[in-house]
Design a protein around this ligand. Structure first.
Ligand SMILES: C[S@@+](CC[C@H](N)C(=O)[O-])C[C@H]1O[C@@H](n2cnc3c(N)ncnc32)[C@H](O)[C@@H]1O
Length: 266
């Protein structure tokens, strides 16, 4: 059972899940994470509204997919530490029979996996400890819960920047989408190198200096749009998260340093 393991934590270096958790106001982080997160805020204060805009996008897009598109299966890779409004909570509020598989490579996320496994009785949730680069392991384990004969929404939110170009991020995303049937969706958000460019570059430099794993690679609008090659982009295309199908009562920042999109496999 996930969560019963006692994972070995490297608390001396910053880790993406914990830095992000700190930006979101969470307490699942250590001194090294907080130091890196504070350095990032000093370089780019907008990061605090950016991460909230990303979470708000997650909720809108899952409501859209489960509601308007009738999607009942979600594969959320790069889950992050549980916070309010996780994919399964949003999806199962609309569709109690929705089935969700989470995957992440950070042992601290594994330690919190039980909080992610609170499915409705009619639906299902599972958790896979695996690296996004190891698609065979993710797909093999996800097949315990998901039926790959019917559409799946692949969620890659603020994770693909942690796959350097040398590790073929485009091949990884295309490979995953290639396994999913027609009618499946790709949902992706990715920090931008071409919005508030100087602040983003300095923020990235500071965080990269403090992380032990792969360095973050910021990408521009064209490079992020390429992840959707061969798929049908849903309107309004690749935009900043707060610009993607905003809801009437929503208050949103004017500018968010990320690009996001949703696309359907023909
Ligand atoms: C910035 S958080 C994003 C969390 C969530 N997707 C969201 O948008 O709110 C990135 C997550 O991806 C995970 N991650 C980073 N690189 C990964 C990899 N190569 N394979 C699997 N998970 C990874 C981190 O551990 C972290 O939980």
């Amino acid at each position: 059972m996930p969560g019963e393991d006692v994972p070995q934590l490297d608390t001396g270096h910053a880790h993406p899940a914990r830095v992000y958790n700190y930006w979101l106001g969470g307490t699942d982080n250590f001194a090294a994470d907080r130091e890196a997160a504070d350095q990032a805020i000093a370089a780019n204060p907008g990061i605090l509204t950016d991460v909230r805009a990303n979470r708000a996008f997650l909720a809108r897009v899952v409501r859209y997919l489960a509601g308007e598109c009738g999607v009942r299966q979600f594969l959320d890779i790069g889950t992050g530490l549980p916070v309010a409004g996780n994919t399964h909570e949003v999806a199962q509020e609309i569709a109690p029979d929705a089935r969700i598989v989470y995957a992440d490579n950070d042992p601290i996320v594994l330690r919190h996996a039980r909080a992610l496994l609170t499915s409705t009785p009619r639906g299902a949730c599972d958790y896979v400890e695996a690296d996004l680069r190891d698609t065979a392991t993710i797909l093999g384990a996800a097949a315990r819960t998901l039926d790959f004969g019917v559409p799946v929404a692949l969620m890659l939110l603020i994770i693909v920047h942690l796959i350097p170009d040398d590790d073929d991020p485009y091949g990884i995303v295309a490979g995953l989408m290639g396994t999913l049937p027609s009618g499946s969706y790709l949902v992706l958000t990715h920090p931008a190198s071409d919005i508030r460019a100087a602040q983003m570059a300095e923020m990235t430099r500071r965080v990269n200096e403090r992380m032990s794993g792969p360095r973050a690679t910021m990408r521009d609008h064209a490079a992020i749009t390429r992840f959707f090659d061969g798929l049908e982009l849903v309107e309004p295309g690749v935009v900043q998260p707060q610009q993607w199908r905003p809801e009437p009562e929503m208050s949103s920042p004017p500018l968010v340093t990320a690009w996001c999109g949703v696309a359907r496999k023909r």
